[in-house]
Every structure is written in structure tokens, then in C-alpha cells.
Design a protein around this ligand. Structure first.
Ligand code: 6AU
Length: 385
């Protein structure tokens, strides 16, 4: 007799199939109840992997919901001791159930046949289980690929939200935390001394420390206006920020405007699908539609800003999650925080945005290193599971 474990133990023999067997042995499967047959097929797969052949399964109860046919299509003959119809007939004859129950069960069987299309659907590996090295090949946006690459080579998913208002302070901090981050997120319009001279040294720091620049502009206008806001004016964002954020509220026009604007050849957009602020108005349907828009334009869209794993079936897109702090008390202005572990392991974050958790620390570089390590450990656990 051999036995299939639900999961290989992570200690001891680590075998999924336990027992005495040799390659080429044939095995009869014994199962209690069959509904769709999927569970038997999983067992067969594991047995085959060990070189054990299977052709027959003996089961106590066939619930007659399509499992027999499903198994037959995969070369397994099911031998049931009882069908649900027979069982209910015997119970009725012995007066254990009444006619009403008999009819109920009959109806249940006809109305609950397993859907073959669903059963045969290929298994999609969830985005959060895939390592960045795999996902970078699936990204349609070149900056998204680059970010995946930086994250895996630097072993950091940390993006610093450098919400400071002075150019020297920004450059100094960028230089200090540079080795620990994959991206630096700016709010260029909060600077009090912005001058175009500020951009070349910032770009230089980014290049030397191998991180990307994200301008968190949160574009939210008609396509034409967005095109101008992105490429013109004081900041000429499209000439230096390879990534920007945008709201989806105005629809596809925003994406078209960002796409059309002159600027860097390689660039991408993060669309906001959810927000970290208390009482925000982004309803579930809005988030869903945003994910749809992002998926349809994944050549331009590098990822989605959100708080939950909204797009597990899109490994080529990045999830950027703000609202992260080790000390999770709010800021009194509606910001809500989750811990670094929580956002990675429970909420599906890839790139993790930390602002004041680092900028207001006594030693920002030390704090950044700590966040980097915690986040990378959580990511490693997530993909290893
Ligand atoms: O860690 P904090 O609270 O100091 O900073 C969080 C940063 C800020 C926000 O403008 C930004 O993240 N942010 C965003 C982004 C990135 O778009 C969305 C959101 O829902 N919440 C949020 O805080 O620079």
C-alpha cells in the first residue's frame, strides 16, 4: 500500500508518495467520494511522477456529478460501490428519508454537474508566487522589465518616497539611500527651489546606484492636457522620469496622452486602482476597471498602485504599494499604514513605497537598509512557499 500526502513534509523524507513501491508498479486507487474526479487525477499525477501506473479507481460513492466521465477522459476507469441515486433509493426504502428529500437530491444532481470547461482550464501560477527573474520576461513594458531586473539584482523592492522640499536635502538623501532602493519616488511640485539644474545630478545618482525615478504626478485630466503636463511646463517630467503615476478616472485618454508626449524613449505608467487614504472613493468596480485598462495597455502601463492583490493573473505587471511603515499608527491626515511583511505576504506588493518611515528616521540610510532587508526576506518567503 502506498499513500499520497497532501503536501511533502518539509522534514524527514520529503516524499509525496510514501510506502514500498518500484518503478513500473501498477496501483489501484481507493477513494471515498467522487464529485469531479479532480482529486483522483492529482493523485494519479503524483503517482505517475514516481513511475507508478494507474488505470483504475475504486470508490465508495459516486455522486454522479460528472466525475466518472472526467476520469475516463484521463484514462482512469472508476468502479463505484454505490451511486448517490442508489444510496438515496435504499434510504427511502428503509424509510430513513422521505420523498421530498429524494426529489431534492435528484434535483441537486442534475443542477450541479461539474463544468468541464472549468476543470480543463490550465492552472495559472499566481503572480505573487513567481520570482521577479521569471516575471521580467513577461512584462510588455520595457521599464517594468528593467525594474524587475533591478529588484532581483539589488535584492531590494524598496521605493523611497522622498517627500522633501529642498533640492540639496533630496540629493543628499538620494545619495545616502541609493544602495538600498530600486526606485525613488518624487513629488517634484512640492520643491521650493526647483530649477532644471536639479535634474542632471539626480539622474546621475540614479544611474550610479542603479535605481529608477518615479514622478508621482497622479495625472488626472483629458489626454491632451496630460500630454502637456507630462512633457511641458517647469518640470518637463517626460524628459527625466522613466515612470509616472496616473489616475484612471478619465479613461483611456490619459494613457494615450502619456504615450504621445515627447520625452524618454523607454518609459512607463503606474495606474492608481486603490488608495491608502481613509475614506477614499475608489470603489471595487473602479479598481476592477482600472486593472482591465492596465491589462489592455500593458505596453505603456508598467504596473498598478493598489493595496490588495488585485491582478494575480498578470505576472508582467508590477504592484506598487504605499502606506507602509514599521510603526503602523496613522499620520492624523488619513494616511493608513501596513507593516512591510503584511504588504508583501498578505497584500501582494512587489514594489513597496516607504516615505516618512525613512525620511523622518534619525538615520535614513540605516532605516532604508532595515526596510530593504525586511521586505526582501518577506518576498523570498512568498516565492519559496
Ligand atoms: O510613507 P508616507 O506616508 O510618508 O508616504 C507615502 C507616499 C506619498 C504619497 O503621495 C504616496 O506614497 N501614495 C500613493 C502613491 C504612491 O501614489 C498612493 C496612495 O494611495 N497613498 C500614498 O501614500 O508620497
Amino acid at each position: 500500500m502506498v499513500m499520497r500526502r497532501k503536501e511533502a513534509k518539509d522534514y524527514g523524507t520529503k516524499k509525496l508518495i510514501e510506502g514500498v513501491f518500484k518503478q513500473g508498479d501498477r496501483c489501484l486507487i481507493v477513494e471515498d467520494v467522487v464529485t469531479s474526479g479532480s482529486s483522483i487525477l492529482e493523485t494519479v499525477k503524483d503517482l505517475n511522477r514516481e513511475g507508478i501506473k494507474c488505470r483504475d479507481a475504486i470508490v465508495l460513492l459516486n455522486r454522479e456529478q460528472g466525475g466518472e466521465k472526467h476520469l475516463e477522459r484521463h484514462g482512469i476507469k472508476m468502479h463505484a460501490i454505490l451511486t448517490l441515486t442508489e444510496l438515496i433509493k435504499y434510504l427511502f426504502e428503509e424509510k430513513c428519508v422521505d420523498q421530498e428529500m429524494v426529489d431534492k437530491v435528484k434535483n441537486y444532481i442534475t443542477e450541479n454537474q461539474v463544468n468541464e470547461a472549468v476543470l480543463e482550464k490550465p492552472v495559472i501560477i499566481s503572480r505573487v508566487k513567481m520570482p521577479f527573474t521569471e516575471r521580467l520576461k513577461l512584462a510588455k513594458n520595457s521599464v517594468a522589465s528593467k525594474l524587475f531586473d533591478i529588484m532581483s539584482s539589488k535584492q531590494t523592492t524598496l521605493c523611497l518616497a522622498i517627500d522633501l522640499t529642498n533640492s540639496t536635502a533630496i540629493l543628499n538623501m538620494a545619495e545616502e539611500v541609493g544602495p538600498h532602493i530600486c526606485a525613488l519616488k518624487t513629488h517634484i511640485d512640492i520643491m521650493e527651489d526647483f530649477h532644471s539644474n536639479f535634474i542632471p545630478p539626480l539622474k546621475d545618482i540614479a544611474e550610479r546606484h542603479n535605481f529608477l525615478l518615479i514622478e508621482d504626478r497622479k495625472f488626472a485630466d483629458i489626454g491632451k492636457t496630460v500630454e502637456l503636463q507630462y512633457s511641458k511646463g517647469l518640470y518637463q517630467i517626460s524628459s527625466w522620469a522613466s515612470l509616472v503615476t496616473a489616475h484612471s478616472i478619465m479613461g483611456k485618454g490619459v494613457i494615450d496622452g502619456l504615450k504621445l508626449a515627447p520625452g524618454l524613449t523607454e518609459r512607463g505608467v503606474f495606474l492608481l486602482a486603490e488608495a491608502s487614504s481613509a475614506g477614499n472613493l475608489m470603489a471595487e468596480s473602479y479598481s476592477k476597471e482600472t486593472v482591465k485598462l492596465a491589462t489592455e495597455h500593458s505596453d505603456v502601463v508598467a504596473g498598478i498602485v493598489c493595496q490588495n492583490p488585485l491582478f494575480l493573473d498578470q505576472p508582467g505587471l508590477l504592484q506598487l504599494t504605499p502606506g507602509v511603515k514599521i510603526e503602523t499608527a496613522g499620520d492624523g491626515l488619513g494616511q493608513q499604514y501596513n507593516s512591510p511583511e503584511q504588504v508583501v505576504l498578505e497584500r501582494g506588493a512587489d514594489v513597496v513605497v516607504v516615505g516618512r518611515g525613512i525620511t523622518e528616521a534619525k538615520e535614513p540610510a540605516t532605516a532604508a537598509e532595515l526596510y530593504k532587508k525586511i521586505l526582501w526576506k518577506a518576498y523570498s518567503r512568498r516565492v519559496a512557499k
